[in-house]
Design a protein around this ligand. Structure first.
Ligand SMILES: C[S@@+](CC[C@H](N)C(=O)[O-])C[C@H]1O[C@@H](n2cnc3c(N)ncnc32)[C@H](O)[C@@H]1O
Length: 190
């Protein structure tokens, strides 16, 4: 992202439309599907793997979507600190944290530490959507989010059977093909 203590997302994409953020878009399939599903919407991605951040950002530009979406080579845990309060309408975290060793715990994206920044950067009524195919992780995420002040579960509870956003991440497509259960959590900023 551009340098500076604060970076306004409206200066990065077409101003005037809601801006959603995907943390860890990987190969970027969700961004393309979501932009196709909702025409008046902008998106940002923070991806810690430089190669995929660059490839997906270039592909968005080549598809004529460079004004609506950008992917930056960033650690979301740091980059989020630089976004202004209330600047995002939704944050997606699809299938994060594929590490299991104790010594890798510090890499976890969905954590009690991240939640205050999620709450701060979401607009009022903004949403956080998290999905994973690992049940233990879903339970840990739910605990971390349930204890975060400022977020409430969607009506009917945080667990959703389906993804309501008319777009799926690459890992989600694969999990569906492989018949794996997907645990989905949806929260709203109060
Ligand atoms: C298991 S992959 C899932 C990719 C994609 N979300 C999907 O569902 O297909 C997790 C992604 O999160 C990215 N990632 C992990 N930690 C991150 C961080 N701190 N900031 C940004 N991206 C991160 C990884 O590089 C990877 O692309």
């Amino acid at each position: 992202m551009p340098e500076g203590e604060r970076v306004d997302p409206r200066a990065l994409v077409r101003p005037g439309w809601p801006i959603e953020l995907e943390i860890g878009p990987g190969r970027g399939g969700f961004l393309f599907e979501r932009l196709a599903a909702v025409p008046e919407l902008c998106m940002l991605g923070f991806e810690i793997r430089r190669k995929w951040a660059t490839i997906v950002d270039n592909k968005l530009a080549a598809a004529g979507l460079g004004q609506r979406a950008r992917v930056f080579y960033e650690d979301a845990r740091i980059a989020l600190l630089r976004l202004p309060d209330g600047s995002l309408s939704r944050i997606y975290i699809h299938f994060p944290d594929p590490w299991w060793k104790k010594r890798h715990e510090k890499r976890l994206v969905v954590s009690p530490w991240l939640m205050p920044q999620v709450v701060r950067t979401l607009a009022p009524n903004g949403e956080l959507f998290v999905q994973t195919d690992v049940e233990d992780r879903a339970n840990e995420y739910q605990e971390a989010i349930d204890t975060a002040p400022g977020l409430v579960a969607a009506p009917g509870g945080p667990r959703l059977a389906e993804n309501p956003f008319q777009a799926r991440s690459p890992r989600e497509h694969r999990a569906i093909k492989d018949g794996l259960p997907i645990h989905r959590l949806l929260y709203r900023k109060t």
